[in-house]
Ligand binder design. Structure first.
Ligand SMILES: Nc1ncnc2c1ncn2[C@@H]1O[C@H](COP(=O)(O)OP(=O)(O)OP(=O)(O)O)[C@@H](O)[C@H]1O
Ligand SMILES: [Mg+2]
Length: 231
C-alpha cells in the first residue's frame, strides 16, 4: 500500500481503501497523488490510469459525522434504503449520472470515466499536474462570453431535465480561459418541486457577474422560459 493511502487510512474507512484498491487493480487508477481538493464530504486526488490518462479521483467520505444531517433536498431523490454506506454511494452515483448527462449534452465538465461505490474517476481538468483554478481564484476571463456560456450550460442542463444545484464560482474551473462545471453532487431532476433550486443557481450566477461588473444580466424568468415555458 502506498504511503499516501496509509496517510489517508485515518480519514478513509476500510471499505473505501478496498474500493481504491479495486479501482487500482482494474486499471482505472494508479497511485494517488494529491489531494488536489478536499471538502467536508470528499477528497479529490490526481492519478494516472492504465491508458496513461491523467484522472481526477473523487472519493466521498464514509464519515458519519459529515452525513449526520442529510440535506433536505435529498428527499427529492426518492427513498433511501440500505443504510448509511449505501447513502454515501448514492451520492456518488447521482453525481456520476448527472455529470454524464452534462457531458453528453456538450456542457464543459470533466468526462466521467468510472464509478465504483463511493469513488468517481473522471477527466483531470488541468495542465501537467496542476489542476485548473476555480473561477474564484482566477478571474482572468471574458465576462460577456463566460456569462453567455454559463447561462447556456444552465439551459442545456435544464433541457436535459436537471439542474446543477450548487452553481457558484467555487464549482466552476477556469481552464485555459474556458468555464468548466464541476461538482454535480447536489444535482437534481428539474420539476416544479425543484424549480427553486434552479432559481437559486441562476441568482448565484447573476449576483456573481453583477459583482464582477457585468451589465445586462438576463432575468430568471427569461432563462427559465428558455428551458421550459411551463415551469
Ligand atoms: N476533474 C477535476 N479536475 C481538476 N480538479 C478537480 C476536478 N474535480 C475536482 N477538482 C478540484 O477539487 C476541488 C473539490 O472538488 P468538488 O468541488 O467536486 O468537491 P467538493 O466541493 O468537496 O464536493 P462535495 O460538495 O461533493 O463535497 C475543486 O474545487 C477542484 O479544485
Ligand atoms: Mg465543490
Amino acid at each position: 500500500m502506498s504511503e499516501l493511502k496509509k496517510t489517508y487510512l485515518h480519514v478513509f474507512d476500510e471499505s473505501t481503501i478496498y474500493n481504491v484498491n479495486k479501482l487500482e487493480s482494474d486499471g482505472y487508477i494508479g497511485q494517488l497523488s494529491g489531494p488536489i481538493g478536499s471538502g467536508k464530504e470528499s477528497y479529490v486526488f490526481l492519478s494516472t490510469d492504465l491508458q496513461k490518462r491523467k484522472v481526477a479521483v473523487k472519493i466521498h467520505r464514509h464519515n458519519i459525522e459529515s452525513f449526520k444531517e442529510i440535506p433536505s433536498y435529498l428527499r427529492f431523490r426518492g427513498s433511501k434504503t440500505g443504510g448509511f454506506l449505501k447513502t454515501i454511494d448514492d451520492w456518488s452515483r447521482y453525481e456520476f449520472t448527472f455529470m454524464s448527462k452534462a457531458f453528453s449534452v456538450g456542457v464543459n465538465s470533466p468526462e466521467p470515466y468510472r464509478l465504483f461505490r463511493n469513488i468517481i474517476v473522471m477527466q483531470f481538468i488541468g495542465e501537467d499536474d496542476t489542476p485548473a483554478n476555480t473561477a474564484v481564484k482566477d478571474t482572468n476571463f471574458n465576462l460577456d462570453s463566460w456569462y453567455t456560456k454559463i447561462i447556456d450550460f444552465i439551459v442545456k442542463l435544464g433541457q436535459k431535465g436537471f439542474l446543477h444545484g450548487d452553481l457558484s464560482p467555487y464549482n466552476i474551473l477556469n481552464f485555459k480561459g474556458e468555464p468548466y462545471l464541476i461538482d454535480f453532487s447536489q444535482a437534481l431532476k428539474l420539476t416544479n418541486f425543484t424549480k427553486d433550486f434552479l432559481v437559486r443557481d441562476i441568482l448565484n450566477i447573476n449576483n456573481w457577474f453583477n459583482k464582477l461588473g457585468k451589465k445586462e444580466l438576463l432575468n430568471t424568468e427569461e432563462i427559465i422560459s428558455r428551458i421550459d415555458k411551463n415551469l
